[in-house]
Design a protein. Structure first.
Length: 344
């Protein structure tokens, strides 16, 4: 629930609280949520500056840096990482957790460059392969860099426990889901079914890890957001790219996307609902353009279904409290606490 100052003023005008109590309550809530990311100008500046810095040493690194050689790149990465960690400590000392998390994420994002530098110095990479290729080229040899990044990310997360640090870890998992295909099935494999299979199951595993992290952090900050984003994206992408000549298979695809929307509503995770909605829209488009393209009844029937869903929403709103309480009674205590925390 997003509470604004106007809500507290309205409560004061309704006599629920006094104006002085409303002001004290707002000060308390502002202090309590100051570490929660939100779309304010200050936070926009934090994330914009942090992403520019991270991008400068990852996606936007130019070929000119290769002139420093392998050991030079490693030294630069370690130096930049040390500065980032020093800033992390400085921001934490001033109770600025969001910029501290961004600086710690920068330190994690520098780990692949440091490992690449060592590998390049030892002659691991063939001629023509540069660090820039890490972000555009699928190759099983990146796995050592990815495993090192995950290890460093876990260690630093254990040390600092700042939610934004999960971002480079989640992106690395996404990269790994693609680089695993040539590692498991051979560097020359081009069969898309292998890529889709690995993407689907790797994404599902990442989503389950995100759910586990969500439960573990249900009483603290949101550490699962980036894992959910990458996990659902990878799972849904692999699922959606799978070919099926069976209408039953396509219908099952629609049901899976419908289940994703329900899961997103229960866990208050929009990423499930967004991709689930895209999947259902794709299935309805298939029905419209392929199965019922000459039918006059299909648009009418689909309109009726849409109105029925709206009416179901009305019924749900009228009885939401009773239904939710009954359904939560079947959930394990940690999951029930998670649902209540995310929906509050």
């Amino acid at each position: 629930m997003d509470i604004k100052t106007d809500d507290l003023r309205a409560a004061a005008q309704a006599g629920i609280v006094t104006p002085a109590e409303a002001e004290r309550l707002w000060s308390f809530l502002a202090e309590r949520t100051k570490h929660t990311p939100r779309f304010s100008f200050t936070h926009v500046l934090y994330y914009l500056g942090g992403l520019i810095a991270i991008g400068a040493m990852t996606l936007f690194m130019t070929l000119g840096w290769e002139r420093f050689g392998g050991w030079g790149l490693t030294a630069i990465a370690i130096g930049y990482g040390a500065i980032a960690l020093r800033l992390t400590h400085g921001f934490l000392a001033r109770d600025l957790r969001i910029p501290a998390g961004i600086m710690a994420a920068l330190a994690v994002a520098l780990v692949p460059l440091a490992i690449y530098g060592v590998q390049a110095a030892l002659g691991y990479w063939p001629q023509g392969i540069t660090y820039r290729s890490y972000h555009v080229l699928i190759d099983w040899r990146w796995l050592l860099m990815e495993l090192g990044t995950l290890a460093a990310g876990v260690i630093l997360l254990w040390r600092y426990r700042l939610p934004f640090m999960v971002m480079p870890v989640a992106v690395t998992l996404w990269y790994m889901s693609m680089d695993l295909v040539p590692f498991l099935f051979g560097p020359g494999v081009r069969d898309r079914e292998y890529r889709e299979f690995v993407s689907l199951w790797f994404g599902l595993a990442t989503t389950l890890v995100a759910f586990w992290v969500d439960i573990r952090s249900r009483k603290s900050n949101d550490f699962a957001f980036w894992l959910y984003l990458v996990g659902v994206l990878t799972f849904w992408g692999g699922l959606s790219l799978m070919r099926s000549d069976s209408e039953l298979g396509k219908f099952l695809y629609c049901l899976i996307n419908l289940a994703m929307i329900v899961i997103g509503a229960v866990l208050s995770r929009r990423v499930f609902a967004v991709f689930g909605g895209l999947g259902i829209a794709g299935y309805l488009g298939h029905l419209s353009y392929r199965v019922f393209r000459d039918s006059m009844i299909f648009p009418v029937a689909l309109t009726a279904v849409g109105l029925g869903v709206v009416w179901l929403g009305v019924l749900w709103q009228r009885n939401e409290g009773a239904i939710s309480a009954r359904l939560r009674g079947f959930l394990p205590a940690p999951v029930r606490e998670l649902v209540e925390a995310r929906q509050s």
